[in-house]
Design a protein around this ligand. Structure first.
Ligand SMILES: Cc1cc2nc3c(=O)[nH]c(=O)nc-3n(C[C@H](O)[C@H](O)[C@H](O)COP(=O)(O)OP(=O)(O)OC[C@H]3O[C@@H](n4cnc5c(N)ncnc54)[C@H](O)[C@@H]3O)c2cc1C
Length: 373
């Protein structure tokens, strides 16, 4: 990395740290309780240029690489994991445009990614783990594609304005198409009432004969699974970063409380049983951080990163759920109260054992990769 890039990255991380401390962390509990971002908060994210973090400079973005973006999400998740996941969904979708989009498609859409959220839509009511079973259809009509189908549990569904959707062509090949929320035939359905990451809208999109020009095809017909897998790998690195941030938040809560609270006259942190819990969470944070950073640096170096990406999310999500439970125990009865944030961190981390591929699917992929080595 050149000196200029190092300095730019330091400025980005400083800005994210300040934004998180001033704008996100104070609203963390409110976002969970309201199940939404307070009015104006998302606009501040846009106004601070955060949507454009990874957008290439030629499309008006800041052009930071994946390592910088992942570090930014870790920092953000120390204050609020929901907003970090909102950005994760956007960043991973931009990556697919950059890798697979034609110049015409990218020229039309990418400049708007600095102020409009993009989303990737694969899951359907029939299931998310096995995408070959989807029912969404793309039928070729002259120079256009006509797309119909129902996608559920889409991160930023309702907030996002541009959607990459996986669909089957008439000959049952999978492909990804780009649709816009303003197109005739597009509508939003149910928003999920999820137990965690409650700021992130996760919802349904309904496509009823949406007509898009042929260049709205991302990549080629038949490349749908590959693009979906690539999006998953990118998302898993970024979610690993979010999980490292959640683990760091858990650790801060544990340390602060263990220094203040006494068992009669002895501060909790002097008890071996508390030390073991704090140690477990600290090691889990470092392991998760190392895994996601390894995934991000391999991607930037052009090396295979899908296995380590799956490890980052598989390991990090379980560790953050278990770590949160350990910290809840340190806090005693207060830990079980909604007045303290630890219970919602457990719920937030739990989402990532499902989103972007269930833990079982990731473990299957890790095992396959090891067996085929
Ligand atoms: C917070 C959140 C955000 C999400 N965001 C998005 C998004 O942006 N875009 C999107 O497309 N989807 C999104 N999803 C959906 C998510 O990808 C799916 O929930 C996930 O892929 C699992 O699919 P499913 O829920 O249909 O469960 P199913 O596929 O029905 O699986 C049910 C259970 O069976 C197991 N299982 C299924 N098949 C296998 C197999 N072959 N081997 C081993 N075990 C298996 C699963 O691990 C799971 O435990 C999101 C989900 C959540 C919770």
């Amino acid at each position: 990395m050149t000196n200029q890039l190092v300095i730019a990255n330091q400025m980005l991380q400083h800005m994210i740290t300040e934004f998180t401390a001033n704008e996100l962390a104070p609203l963390d509990m409110q976002i969970d309780q309201q199940q939404d971002y307070p009015a104006g908060l998302f606009q501040k994210v846009v106004d601070n240029g955060l949507l454009a973090t990874t957008l290439p400079a030629e499309y008006g973005g800041a052009g930071f690489n994946f390592e910088a973006a992942a570090e930014a999400l870790e920092r953000m998740a120390t204050g609020n994991a929901s907003m970090a996941v909102t950005l994760e969904g956007h960043f991973k979708t931009i990556e697919q445009f950059v890798k697979y989009g034609s110049p015409e498609l990218n020229a039309k859409y990418l400049p708007s990614a600095a102020h409009r959220i993009f989303a990737f839509s694969q899951t359907e009511p029939s299931g998310g783990s096995n995408p070959t079973g989807i029912s969404s259809r793309a039928i070729r009509q002259g120079d256009n594609w006509v797309i119909s189908g129902d996608k559920i549990m889409i991160t930023n569904g309702g907030l996002a304005e541009v959607y990459c959707v996986l669909a089957k062509t008439e000959d049952d090949r999978l492909a990804v198409f780009v649709v816009d929320k303003d197109m005739p035939g597009f509508s939003f359905g149910k928003r999920e009432d999820f137990i965690g990451l409650r700021g992130v809208p996760v919802g349904e999109i309904v496509m009823d004969h949406i007509v898009v020009p042929s260049y709205h095809l991302l990549g080629e017909v038949g490349q749908g699974l590959e693009i979906g897998d690539n999006a998953h790998a990118d998302a898993r690195v970024l979610m690993g970063a979010v999980l490292a941030g959640i683990l760091d938040h858990e650790l801060t809560i544990a340390v602060d409380y263990a220094k203040e609270r006494k068992a009669l006259t002895t501060p909790l942190y002097q008890l071996q049983v508390t030390q073991q819990k704090i140690t477990d969470v600290a090691i889990a944070r470092e392991n998760t951080r190392n895994l996601y950073q390894s995934g991000a640096s391999k991607k930037v170096a052009g090396q295979a990163y899908d296995e380590v990406a799956a490890m980052a999310k598989s390991y990090g999500s379980r560790a953050a759920v278990l770590g949160g439970d350990e910290v809840l125990q340190i806090l005693g009865g207060y830990g079980y109260s909604r007045e303290y944030p630890i219970e919602h961190l457990i719920r937030d981390a739990r989402a990532m054992e499902l989103a972007e591929g269930s833990i079982e699917k990731m473990n299957l992929e890790i095992t396959k990769a090891e067996i085929n080595k």
